[in-house]
Write a protein that binds this ligand. Structure first.
Ligand SMILES: [Zn+2]
Length: 288
């Protein structure tokens, strides 16, 4: 079991590093703090992305993403301000994102998550996840030092407690695991991926939220255009699979016949599309 987990983790790092190196960044251990607008940064390291909001009353961050990254993130924040980190928002429960928050707990930060995360976060057998101090059900608005961060729960997604993280004044959206720009994701990641739920999220984000900046939870390369393209991909996949199902085609047939040429330039399109067709068919049929 342990070696299986190791293989999966290595595969994750390998595939994401191939993607990122194609974009000109080769060393994933290099911390990258990018200013988005005044007081708001995106922080990338080890293929994980966090939002960092710096105010006169303290700092808010998302997703520590394990101890080495958390401690380097802490050091990078110190270069921007001597204020403490006062709030840590979990985008969702998955341990690769949620572990490592002790360093922020030690300086007094409050941890925030959607309420469905509570039980899941408590199941970390390595005990490296700080439990949430504050939870919400549908929506929550956090204000600090003139900055506002809204959390929305749009239902099942990648897991069952995903927060859609939005700064309405600065028009910034953080999309973690429900958006990966230009990449037909590895199929071993799909079991947690409620495809119809993700499509519903993309639809609601498209209709309900105003944003000019998109930060991805995994790569440094995203944009409003990339998110819209991802929305079109999810919708085209749903339409093609559902149409085929209604015409009486089996999942095996659909895996061979469904093609989405508009997205053939996406990373791993050829290798991974059949697995996405299968997962979408399952999601349409079983609702998860
Ligand atoms: Zn992730």
């Amino acid at each position: 079991m342990k070696s299986m987990i190791k293989i999966v983790l290595l595969a994750t790092v390998f595939s994401l590093s191939s993607l990122v190196s194609a974009n000109g960044v080769t060393d994933a251990s290099t911390p990258v703090m990018k200013k988005v607008v005044e007081g708001v940064y995106e922080y990338h390291q080890y293929h994980y992305g966090s939002l960092v909001v710096v105010t006169d009353e303290g700092v808010i961050i998302t997703d520590p993403s394990r101890e080495p990254r958390a401690s380097q993130l802490r050091a990078e924040i110190r270069k921007l301000t001597n204020k403490p980190v006062v709030k840590v928002i979990y985008s969702h429960d998955h341990f690769d994102h949620s572990r490592g928050g002790q360093i922020f707990k030690d300086e007094g930060a409050e941890f925030i998550a959607q309420e469905n995360c509570v039980e899941l976060l408590s199941r970390d057998l390595k005990n490296k996840v700080i439990p949430a101090d504050i939870t919400y059900k549908d929506n929550m608005s956090i204000s600090l030092g003139g900055k506002q961060i809204d959390l929305h729960y749009y239902g099942p997604n990648d897991g069952n407690c995903m927060s859609i993280i939005h700064m309405p004044k600065e028009k910034i959206l953080l999309a973690v695991d429900w958006h990966l720009p230009g990449y037909v994701n590895e199929t071993y990641r799909l079991p947690a991926h409620n495809y119809v739920g993700v499509l519903n999220t993309l639809e609601r984000v498209h209709k309900e939220l105003d944003f000019e900046h998109v930060i991805s939870g995994h790569t440094q390369e995203s944009s409003v255009e990339a998110l819209e393209e991802d929305y079109r991909f999810n919708k085209a996949l749903f339409n093609a699979v559902w149409k085929g199902m209604q015409a009486g085609k089996s999942t095996e047939e659909l895996k061979k016949t469904v093609k989405l040429p508009e997205f053939s330039h996406w990373y791993k399109y050829k290798d991974n599309l059949p697995g996405h067709v299968e997962r979408m068919a399952y999601s349409i049929w079983h609702g998860n």
